[in-house]
Design a protein around this ligand. Structure first.
Ligand code: FMN
Length: 196
């Protein structure tokens, strides 16, 4: 593992390799947030972009995770690529992406996903499956022949990690672990090797 690279660049390099080597959702990350009582919650989302500014994912602001992030804008995430024997973990503050970036990404989604973002009140109770189908049918009519804009409740978030750990599976459980940390976004990274 090249511990001299910037961790965000290394994360990108590992994700690029995973895209070639791992057939199943190589960009899926487990995203952990905390609810109002401090109890952890976790679910998978797709990591859509890694840049010097941080790690981006998209969801519904009114979902459980959206409400948890509004109350406590901090998260942890983990990616695992079985075929490569690799894990990456990150922790840090999270903020909402600018509306232009949300619209830019939304425009790249397939139309059924765009309409689904309008139809689903993510994480709210669904009384009957038809309810969702009916809403979808009504939206197909509403947006017939036009581009689908992002709904107001649909948004993107960016984690600015203060810690990123890279884990490479080794022989006889001698896994390699490198932890990068910094005191705030924009500050210099320090690197430590950890015992497995
Ligand atoms: C592989 C995978 C990828 C997913 N990607 C997303 C995603 O990018 N955004 C999203 O809102 N939900 C995604 N989901 C669904 C979430 O795991 C979750 O069910 C949903 O966001 C509601 O979570 P919440 O109630 O904790 O807010 C994905 C699920 C899986 C299994």
């Amino acid at each position: 593992m090249d511990a001299s690279a910037s961790p965000l660049e290394l994360f990108q390099a590992w994700l690029d390799e995973a895209r070639k080597a791992c057939p199943d959702n190589p960009d899926a990350i487990a995203l952990a947030t905390a609810d109002a009582t401090g109890t952890p919650d976790v679910r998978y989302v797709l990591l859509k972009r890694i840049s010097a500014e941080g790690l981006e994912f998209f969801t519904n602001r009114a979902s459980s995770k959206g409400r948890q992030l509004e109350a406590r804008p901090h998260a942890a995430l983990a990616a695992y690529w079985r075929e490569l024997g690799r894990q990456v973990r990150a922790r840090g503050p999270v903020d909402e992406l600018p509306r232009e970036r949300v619209a830019e990404y939304f425009a790249t989604r397939r139309r059924p996903s765009q309409l689904g973002a309008w139809a689903s009140k993510q994480s709210a109770e669904l009384a009957a499956a038809e309810e969702l189908r009916e809403r979808l049918a009504a939206l197909e009519k509403k947006f017939a022949g036009q581009d689908v804009p992002p709904p107001e409740h649909w948004t993107g978030y960016r984690m600015q990690p203060l810690e990123i750990e890279f884990w490479q599976e080794g022989d006889a459980r001698l896994h390699e672990r490198v932890l990068y940390s910094r005191i705030e976004a924009g500050a210099a990274w320090t690197t430590r090797r950890l015992q497995p």
